[in-house]
Design a protein around this ligand. Structure first.
Ligand code: HEC
Length: 133
């Protein structure tokens, strides 16, 4: 029994990094795959998060301009100063629970930050990276 218990704890620790997935994130990752996306590359997403490009309104922007780099803390919209709740599901359980919401903001935010929509591969990388935070 004791052994079984240790085993359970061990497996929880091993599974923990991906345990933040939601039905919505699973469904979207499957959708991106059907659109041609390959294996997720969270390391690329990490680099992309702070990669600056000229956004839609001609300003240099990155994802971190509004969301910050500490996912457990709230971010702030660069223009409206509106508070953006933390991106980490560990502190904000509402994150990545609504397919439509995720898609809507990917579309808008990629244009805001990079002046174009993100590809299915980029969204796969971002979403995989974000749900693990
Ligand atoms: C101009 C400010 C701004 C920039 C730049 C920005 N975001 Fe956002 N993002 C927001 C706002 C505002 C929301 C919606 C409010 C919320 O979810 O708290 C949001 C929501 C999201 C969501 C939805 C999360 C959920 O719970 O469904 C994702 C995913 C996201 N952003 C990813 C990104 C990525 C990836 C980038 C960079 C390519 C980026 N954002 C750049 C402001 C921004």
């Amino acid at each position: 029994m004791k052994r079984l218990f240790s085993l359970m704890i061990l497996s929880t620790c091993v599974i923990a990094p991906i345990a933040q997935a939601t039905p919505a994130s699973d469904a979207l990752l499957a959708k991106y795959k059907s659109e041609g996306a390959g294996k997720a590359d969270p390391a690329k997403a990490k680099a992309d998060w702070t990669k600056e490009a000229v956004g839609e309104d001609g300003q240099k922007m990155s994802c971190s301009t509004c969301h910050g780099t500490d996912f457990s803390k709230a971010g702030k919209h660069h223009k409206t100063s509106k508070v953006i709740e933390p991106m980490s599901r560990r502190v904000n359980a509402e994150r990545y629970t609504d397919e439509k919401k995720i898609e809507k903001w990917f579309k808008r935010n990629c244009k805001d930050a990079w002046g174009r929509e993100c590809t299915a591969q980029e969204k796969t990388d971002f979403l995989t990276y974000l749900i693990a935070q």
